[in-house]
Design a protein around this ligand. Structure first.
Ligand SMILES: O=c1ccn([C@H]2C[C@H](O)[C@@H](COP(=O)(O)OP(=O)(O)OP(=O)(O)O)O2)c(=O)[nH]1
Ligand SMILES: [Mg+2]
Length: 159
């Protein structure tokens, strides 16, 4: 079964690059490209233009996610992952890339696919103030209250 589709108007600010596209029919993310050549030194971050501006319909949000292949192979990430593209935003979509590698620079060329845009529906809440919240199984437990990973437990027991 394929996903439902929503029409999104796109301005190509850089007409020589293609529209965002899905690599496979079942993919959640449409790949975004850099319009510029960029070299990120180890630890460096850079706001990179994608050459597109969107008009997402009301009730939809665009989330800019890293690409896992570039993350695994080169350490390329996104500082604010996932970036939020509001439906009212008409400016250029940009990606705040980060080279997490400690040693190697990451060299990107114009047209390289640097991130992926996931388009989702969202809800707006009405925030209703109250003095007490109902009980739940989790309660106020968080930040590792259910345990960590095996290595962390082993480290603790040897201290
Ligand atoms: O990765 C991103 C994140 C955001 N934006 C654009 C679209 C978004 O609608 C706008 C504002 O983003 P956000 O609300 O995350 O940033 P802010 O720091 O809260 O800025 P603002 O005060 O403009 O809301 O910036 C991008 O192009 N790429
Ligand atoms: Mg904001």
């Amino acid at each position: 079964m394929s996903a439902t589709t929503v029409q999104v108007l796109v301005r190509r600010l850089d007409p020589d690059l293609p529209l965002p596209g899905y690599a496979h029919p079942g993919d959640a993310g449409a790949d975004l490209m850099t319009t510029v050549d960029v070299t990120l030194e180890p630890g460096e971050r850079r706001l990179v233009p994608t050459g597109i501006a969107l008009a997402l319909p009301p009730g939809f949000v665009g989330l800019v996610h890293p690409r896992s292949g570039l993350a695994a192979r080169h350490g390329l990430s996104i500082v604010n992952a996932p970036g939020t593209i509001d439906s009212g935003y008409r400016g250029e979509v940009k990606v705040l890339l980060l080279n997490t590698d400690r040693e190697a620079p990451i060299v990107l060329a114009r047209g390289d696919r640097i991130a992926q845009l996931v388009i989702q529906r969202y809800e707006h809440a009405t925030f209703v103030e109250t003095d007490s919240l109902d009980d739940s199984a989790r309660g106020a437990g968080g930040y590792g209250s259910t345990g960590g990973f095996a290595g962390a437990e082993a480290q603790r027991s040897t201290r």
